[in-house]
Design a protein around this ligand. Sequence first.
Ligand SMILES: NC(=O)C1=CN([C@@H]2O[C@H](COP(=O)(O)OP(=O)(O)OC[C@H]3O[C@@H](n4cnc5c(N)ncnc54)[C@H](O)[C@@H]3O)[C@@H](O)[C@H]2O)C=CC1
Ligand SMILES: O=C([O-])CC(=O)C(=O)O
Length: 310
Amino acid sequence: MKVTIVGAGAVGASCAEYVAIKNFASEVVLIDIKEDYAEGKAMDLMQTASLMGFDTKITGSTNDYTKTANSDIAVITSGIPRKPGMTREELIGINADIVKSVASSLIEHSPNVTIIVVSNPMDTMTYLVHKTTNLPKNRIIGMGGALDSARFKYRISEALECPASDVDGMVIGGHSDTGMVPLARLATRNSVPISAFLSEERISQITEDTKVGGATLTKMLGTSAWYAPGAAVSSLVQAIACDQKKMFPCSALLEGEYGLNDLCIGVPVILGKDGIEKIVEIELTDAEKAKMKESSEGVSKTNGLLDLKK
Ligand SMILES: NC(=O)C1=CN([C@@H]2O[C@H](COP(=O)(O)OP(=O)(O)OC[C@H]3O[C@@H](n4cnc5c(N)ncnc54)[C@H](O)[C@@H]3O)[C@@H](O)[C@H]2O)C=CC1
Ligand SMILES: O=C([O-])CC(=O)C(=O)O
């Protein structure tokens, strides 16, 4: 199982580290445009192998896509992250060109690859990869909901003063400060709805904190987060590589599901060896449907800024 990660920056390297530590991939190739950067990150990570006990071989390359040939899975984290005060949508101008050219180089050398898009604005970058390549739609997946759901569970566990592993919950919708739809109604602690333990006000606070999870960390760190993003991507990579048939909210191209068309947005999907093997349609309340519609309008507006004729 060969995994390529484009962008050896904070998220790319964190993802490489978690993939290696989980020890399911034979090879991880890191690629970056900065001279020697990916090679350096790969060497540093390989020097943890004997300490952490993994056998995955990590190599780095400065923009040489022949090194990525025949990758099974590729992760795109190349591009710029936001700074405090910015929205993810503001990154579109620089990141769209980078994501488009990276996707094309990846597919040239790995025609059967499954691509996981991470660069922001992620739903729009995922849509861009759909529109500018001819990979089948199940092989293009946007990562956002897995991270947002992990943050949602963290906030719930904080409120309940319990381990996050006691908590289940999911965030669907666009991966943006205003577009996320945390499904508080369905969140549980060991199958018990969180409303049995928490007031409506506290749940609403959790929902708001979850939506601005990325912005909160960007303000604290001066750039956006990388540990949870890297871990979330590594979970998607593992689900595909190990054919786990696990359900994650991912940005998927919708063709009528949830009443939406011609956009990528976070919905529950089953991930296995064929990428997105199924889009799971769950029954939403009218209020949740309205939030999902509003979120989709935001994503479509950002998609409208793409120049797809270039
Ligand atoms: N979808 C999500 O949930 C998340 C998305 N992100 C996004 O991921 C992206 C990366 O974030 P970080 O790793 O923190 O940024 P970073 O700046 O640490 O790393 C980005 C790397 O991409 C490289 N790069 C730029 N153009 C390239 C090209 N054409 N080919 C190969 N490499 C190229 C840069 O040299 C840099 O090393 C950002 O757009 C950020 O907003 C970050 C966290 C979560
Ligand atoms: O907040 C950002 O810009 C990066 C990101 O998508 C996240 O951490 O959720």
